[in-house]
Design a protein around this ligand. Structure first.
Ligand code: SF4
Length: 495
C-alpha cells in the first residue's frame, strides 16, 4: 500500500487501490459493499464512448510548472493536450505575473515506421532541441500508448543523456492503455515529481503545499486562502499550476499539504508524508460549511493553533450564515443530480444537501474505494453517515449515453457538473445546469454563499435551457431514454 518514490512506476489505480469505472446502485449499497466485500467489483461495459486518458491528465498537470518542459514521445494526436494547457496556463501565469518563457511542450510525432524500428534516437534529438530552445530546469519525457507498446527504454535514455545535458530528465510513465481511469495520470505525474524533482528537506518552512487545478484566481480565492492560513501563521504555495521547479523541490520542507480534491492530490500528499514526514491534511474537502470547518480545524491542529482557528471560524460563520440561511429557504426541497469526478462528486452532494436540496442521483466518473494510505475518501464517508436520503449512484467514465438516460428519468431542478461537455447536454433537454469548473466557487462560508446564490439564479432563470431544448434535435431517441441505463453493464457481466 505504501508509496515508494524509488519505484520506477506508480501502477494503475485499478491495480493499486482497486478503483473502478463501472458501478450501478445507491450510496448506501456502495457503502455496504465497501464494508463487507472490501470494494465493489468492476462492471465492464460491452459498449463504451471515448473518454480521457492518463497521458493527457499527467502531462496536463506537469505543464503547469512554469520552468519545466515536456517532450511527449507519441504520435502528434496525443499531444493535442498541448493546445489547451498551453493557452490556459500561459494566461494564468500572465495574470499572476509569473514568467513562463522556459516552458515548452514538444512531441516526437511518432510514425508507423517507428513502431517497427523504434524511435529512441529521434526522442534524444527532440530532447536536445527542447533544451536548446527553452532552457528548462526539468524535461519531463511523457509516454504514450505507442511508445509503451513498442517498449521504448525511457530509463536507459536518461543514463545516456545525463552527462550531456545539464538538466534533470524525468520519465513520466503515463501510457494511455495502462489504465481506464484518467486520474491514474495524476498519480504518474506526482510519482515523477516525487522521484525526480522534490529534494530532501534542509530546513522547515511555514509553507503549506496547496494542490489544486485552477489556483483560485477567478474568485480571488487566493486572498481568502492566504487570510485563513495567516490565522495560524502559515503561508500558501500553490501547485502545480504556475508553480516552479524550485517550489516543488522545497515542498518537502512544508508544514503540511492540503488538496482541494483528493482524487487529484492524494498521491502527492501521501507520498510526501511517507517520504519526508510532511503531514497530509485528511479532511472533508474545504467546500460548503461542514467541509470548510473540518478542513480548517484539521489544518490548525497540525500547528497546535486550534483556539485561534476556532475564533476565526466563529466570526466568519456569523457573518455569512444568516445570508446562506436566506438563500437556503428558497432552495429547500429542490431536486438535483450531480455528475463529476468522485472527489468533487461526493463533495457537491453534501453541499447541495447543506442547502436543503434533495440529491436524486450521483454519476461519478470513477470510484476510489480508498487512497494510497488505505483510508476511504472522507467526502464519501461523511455522506454515508450524514446523507438524509439514499440516492442512486452510478460510476461511468463520462459515458454520455448513460448519464443522459439517467438525467431524463430523474428530471431534476438542476444538474450540477464540473465539465462543460456534460452540462451542455442537460440544457439540451431543458434542465438548468451549473458547471462548477472552478474548484474554489464553494470554498469557505463566503464561497458557499456565492455558490448558493448562483445556483438559485440558475434554477429560477430557466429560459435558456427551455428555449434550447425546443430547438435541439438529440441523437438520443425516446426509445433509448426509456431503457434501463445499467443494461450495458449487466450484459457485459453475462458475457
Ligand atoms: S496516449 Fe494512448 S489513449 Fe492517450 S491520447 Fe495517445 S493514443 Fe490515445
Amino acid at each position: 500500500m505504501a508509496i515508494d518514490i524509488g519505484d520506477k512506476l506508480c501502477g494503475s489505480r485499478e491495480a493499486r487501490i482497486g478503483s473502478v469505472t463501472g458501478y450501478w446502485g445507491t450510496l448506501q449499497a456502495l457503502g455496504k459493499e465497501c464494508s463487507t466485500e472490501g470494494c465493489p467489483g468492476e462492471r465492464r461495459r460491452c459498449f463504451s464512448q471515448a473518454s480521457s486518458c492518463p497521458a493527457t491528465c499527467a502531462l496536463g498537470q506537469l505543464a503547469g510548472i512554469n520552468d519545466a518542459a515536456i517532450v511527449h514521445h507519441s504520435p502528434s494526436g496525443c499531444a493535442a493536450t498541448a493546445m489547451g494547457v498551453g493557452s490556459n496556463l500561459d494566461l494564468l501565469a500572465g495574470a499572476l505575473g509569473r514568467p513562463r518563457n522556459h516552458f515548452g511542450y514538444t512531441c516526437t510525432d511518432m510514425k508507423e515506421s517507428d513502431t517497427v524500428f523504434g524511435a529512441i534516437e529521434n526522442l534524444k534529438e527532440v530532447i536536445r532541441e527542447t533544451y536548446v530552445r527553452y532552457r528548462p530546469k526539468v524535461i519531463f519525457v511523457g509516454a504514450s500508448c505507442v511508445s509503451g507498446v513498442i517498449g521504448e527504454d525511457f530509463d536507459g535514455l536518461i543514463d545516456d543523456l545525463k552527462e550531456e545535458l545539464p538538466v534533470a530528465i524525468a520519465p513520466v510513465h503515463c501510457e494511455g492503455f495502462k489504465s481506464q481511469i484518467w486520474a491514474t495520470g495524476f498519480d504518474a505525474a506526482w510519482h515523477t515529481v516525487l522521484k525526480y524533482v522534490v529534494k530532501a528537506p534542509e530546513v522547515k518552512s511555514n509553507k503549506v503545499n496547496i494542490i489544486g487545478f485552477t489556483q483560485g484566481l477567478s474568485w480571488n480565492a487566493r486572498a481568502d486562502v492566504k487570510e485563513l492560513l495567516e490565522v495560524v501563521g502559515l503561508e500558501p504555495v500553490w501547485f502545480p499550476a504556475s508553480s516552479t521547479v524550485e517550489e516543488f523541490a522545497h515542498s518537502s520542507e512544508a508544514v503540511a499539504t492540503i488538496s482541494t480534491c483528493s482524487t487529484l492530490g492524494a498521491y502527492f500528499g501521501v507520498g510526501l508524508e511517507e517520504a519526508y514526514g510532511v503531514p497530509y491534511v485528511r479532511s472533508v474537502p474545504p467546500h460548503g460549511i461542514a467541509g470548510y470547518t473540518d478542513f480548517a480545524r484539521k489544518l490548525a491542529a497540525v500547528v497546535g493553533k486550534e483556539n485561534e482557528m476556532e475564533a476565526y471560524l466563529d466570526k466568519d460563520l456569523a457573518k455569512y450564515l444568516p445570508q446562506i440561511e436566506k438563500v437556503r429557504k428558497e432552495l429547500e426541497g429542490k431536486r438535483a443530480m450531480v455528475a463529476m469526478g468522485p472527489g468533487f462528486g461526493f463533495n457537491y452532494v453534501r453541499i447541495l444537501q447543506e442547502l436543503g436540496m434533495k440529491v436524486e442521483h450521483l454519476s461519478a466518473w470513477h470510484f476510489d474505494k480508498q487512497y494510497d494510505d488505505g483510508r476511504r475518501p472522507e467526502a464519501f464517508e461523511y455522506l454515508l453517515e450524514h446523507s438524509p436520503n439514499d440516492f442512486g449512484l452510478s460510476v461511468n467514465d463520462l459515458q454520455n449515453y448513460e448519464f443522459m438516460n439517467i438525467l431524463d428519468k430523474v428530471r431534476p431542478d438542476v444538474f450540477v457538473s464540473r465539465h462543460p461537455g456534460s452540462t451542455v447536454w442537460a440544457m439540451k433537454i431543458g434542465i438548468p445546469a451549473y458547471c462548477v469548473y472552478d474548484e474554489y466557487n464553494a470554498f469557505g462560508y463566503k464561497g458557499m454563499l456565492r455558490f448558493a446564490k448562483t445556483l438559485l439564479y440558475i434554477i429560477v432563470n430557466r429560459s435558456f435551457p427551455d428555449n434550447l431544448s425546443r430547438r435541439v434535435r438529440l441523437p438520443y431517441t425516446r426509445w433509448w431514454m426509456e431503457q434501463q441505463a445499467d443494461k450495458f453493464l449487466e450484459i457485459a457481466e453475462e458475457v
